[in-house]
Design a protein around this ligand. Sequence first.
Ligand SMILES: [Zn+2]
Ligand SMILES: [Zn+2]
Length: 522
Amino acid sequence: MLKETLKLYPSWDIEKTAIPQRSRLYHLEPIGIGTPYVESLTGYVQRLAHEHCVTVRRLTITEIAPLMGKEAKLQDESISKVFGTGRDRTAFNGTGFMATNLVGAMSALTRRLDLHYLTLLPWAQVISKRGLLRRHRAWCPKCYQEWHDNHTSVYEPLLWSINTAQVCPYHHQPLQEQCPHCHQQQLTISGDSRTGHCNKCGKWLGNNRHKTVFTSLIKSEAERNRQLNIVNNLGELVAVTPTLNSPPNLQKVSNTISSYILQVFKSSIPAFSRQSGMNKATIGLWCKGKVIPQIDNLLVLTHYLEISLLDLLTTDLLLTDSKNSSLSPKLNVVKQPRKSYKHLDLERKQVLNVVLTEVLKEYPAPSLEYVALRLRYRPLVLQYHFPSLCESIKIRHAEYRKVSKQQKIQPILEAALKEFPPPSLLSINRRLGYKNNSYLYRYFSELSREISKRYKEYQKASGQEKRERICQEIIDIAQLLHETGHKPTQARVTQLLTKPGVMLSWYAKKTLRDVQNSLGYE
Ligand SMILES: [Zn+2]
Ligand SMILES: [Zn+2]
């Protein structure tokens, strides 16, 4: 063979390449990190179990428990030794030790480093555990149904487990806590949990058109907006978690609040408390950085300051914001009068005169304030131009209020006459919000007297009955002592009484003396 025909091939590298360590379970990617609808940790555990075609119970007992140091205790098939009983389980999505523990175990199993974003752990320093998470599983049926219909992953957002989040930010309807099929509430996670299905009856929780059960109906538009504002604030908070440079710091939050009070309220916590409607002591503790604020209080504060929860917890916004220059945000929102006070043209005046005369025939009689609101004038303007008509409206309304109040009270008093044990008149007054009996005696003298009489008779009868019971007990004890060869002295009888204190009363002493005499003692 000629030398030129030989070809030199590159040699093989037979060194073993380093294979990165495999994860024990699937390296399942969490859904929605960096968005308001990021998945919850308990939801992730359920989804992971499903991906491995095992129940949450099996996954917990065989894989999670050993990593949480709970293996030895698991003889039975219950997961409560690992996950705790009942409402404890909600804490897995929270800010405390339980969340840290489960994040650790799940990270070890999946080799994922982002699982703490599925909890509120990053906010542990600035949001208190108290009242943070709801005790039961909650969901938006429409979200479930939409994901199902669009063939996207069905999962449980972290937002649903936060107590103050009451509505779905996308469908604007209340989150549900009660299964529409079996009407039961469920734990955040249980051995039989399956995403989108009831833990108890196993049925689908998505919106099956007619079967939705509304546990809480949000009645007014204002309330709905408030709820949406809250849920958006919370959504923003969980969405930015992965982008935080450092965990939010309690000292910084307390400095922000105390500087704000210093600048706007000259350091007067009571003044700030009055304006914001928040508890004075709570604000004081916040300013000192001694307590971690509760989420509901934080939301009240942000609502008052008209800033987002995220801004309050992470920025110095308050110190540079224009609000510093004004006294209070609430003071600025007083609406300007809608129409001029001074002038009213003749034609308009005639129209108003007719309208106000008509108002005098209305039933129920409206208040002057309500009439003014309807006509879009200030009450003062109407009073200025139509003094006598306005006076009549006021008198009619006062009379109407008095009568309707009495109409409401009458059935309450009649019901009280049937109550047992009979209530005192004073307790009825307290229920109705009065401090003493005078109003009821004045307008409902007969009923009031009957109530008082019934109460007194019952008190008397029950007192008599009680006395008889005590005397009988004394007689029984004295006889027993006598039969066993002991003299029934006051000290011995007292010792054996169910309520020894009754021996101090005159009738108890008299009874004992009588028994002693009848048994032949001096
Ligand atoms: Zn929804
Ligand atoms: Zn059910």
